[in-house]
Design a protein around this ligand. Structure first.
Ligand SMILES: Cc1cc2nc3c(=O)[nH]c(=O)nc-3n(C[C@H](O)[C@H](O)[C@H](O)COP(=O)(O)O)c2cc1C
Length: 198
C-alpha cells in the first residue's frame, strides 16, 4: 500500500476548475489501478503554511513546527501529486509559500559532501506527478514555464518526477467554449495511462 498526497492550488470553484477536473480524472484512474492506496488531499487555500509569505518579520520563525510537519509529511509520503494552474506566468503564490517552507537546507536537500557544488536531494523515496493548467497555449510564455519549474524543483530535492501532464489553452479557442470536463476528456487517454502507471 502506498501513501499518496495530493496538493491543489486553484482559486477557481470546483465546477469551474480545469486543474481540479484534471486531478479528479487522474485520481479516478489512479484508484482503479491502485485500490488499496491511502490518498490524502490538501487544498492549499486552507493550509496554514501556504498562506505565509517569507518576509523580514517572520524569517526567524518561518521554518518552525509547521514547516517541519510538512517536511515530515513528505518523508512519509510515497507519491505526491502536485496540481497547479499558471498564475501570472508562474505557480500560484500559495504553492510558492508551501515550497518556501519545505525547501530547507539539510532537510530536503544538502550541499554537504557535494561534488562540484551540486546539491544532493534528500527526498529520494518520493515519486512525483505534476498536473498543470494554463490559459494560454503551450509555448506562449516559455520564460514563465510553471510546469518545468515544478519538475526542476522536485528533481532538485531528489524525487523521481514522472512526465508532467499540462492542460494548456484553457482560456483560448476552442477550450474556452468548453466545460472543464469536456476539455479534460481530450486528455483522457494520456491521464489514464499516467495514472495507471504512477
Ligand atoms: C490570477 C490569475 C492569473 C493567471 N495568469 C495566467 C498566465 O500568466 N498565463 C496563462 O496562460 N494563464 C493564466 N491564467 C489562466 C489560468 O492559468 C487558467 O484559467 C487555468 O485553467 C486555471 O486553472 P483552474 O481552472 O484550475 O483555476 C491566470 C488565471 C488567474 C486566475
Amino acid at each position: 500500500m502506498s501513501k499518496v498526497l495530493v496538493l491543489t492550488a486553484t482559486i477557481s470553484s470546483e465546477e469551474n476548475s480545469y486543474s481540479l477536473e484534471l486531478k479528479n480524472r487522474f485520481l479516478k484512474y489512479y484508484k482503479e489501478a491502485h485500490p488499496n492506496d491511502e490518498i490524502e488531499e490538501i487544498d492549499l487555500n486552507t493550509f496554514p503554511i501556504a498562506q505565509q509569505t517569507l518576509n523580514v518579520d517572520n524569517q526567524k520563525d518561518y521554518w518552525g513546527k509547521d514547516a517541519m510537519g510538512a517536511i515530515n509529511q513528505l518523508r512519509n509520503t510515497d507519491k505526491l501529486i502536485v496540481v497547479s494552474p499558471m498564475h501570472n506566468f508562474n505557480i500560484p503564490a500559495m504553492l510558492k509559500n508551501y515550497l518556501d517552507h519545505i525547501l530547507l537546507a539539510n532537510e530536503t536537500f544538502s550541499y554537504k559532501y557535494s561534488v562540484k557544488g551540486e546539491a544532493k536531494g534528500l527526498l529520494p523515496n518520493l515519486k512525483v506527478q505534476i498536473l498543470t493548467t494554463q490559459g494560454a497555449p503551450y509555448g506562449w510564455y516559455l520564460w514563465g514555464n510553471h510546469t518545468e519549474y515544478l519538475r526542476g524543483t522536485f528533481d532538485f530535492v531528489g524525487a523521481k518526477v514522472t512526465t508532467p501532464i499540462l492542460v494548456s489553452g484553457t482560456k483560448s479557442a476552442p477550450f474556452n467554449k468548453m466545460k472543464p470536463q469536456e476539455v479534460i476528456d481530450e486528455f483522457d487517454p494520456e491521464i489514464k495511462l499516467a495514472a495507471t502507471e504512477f
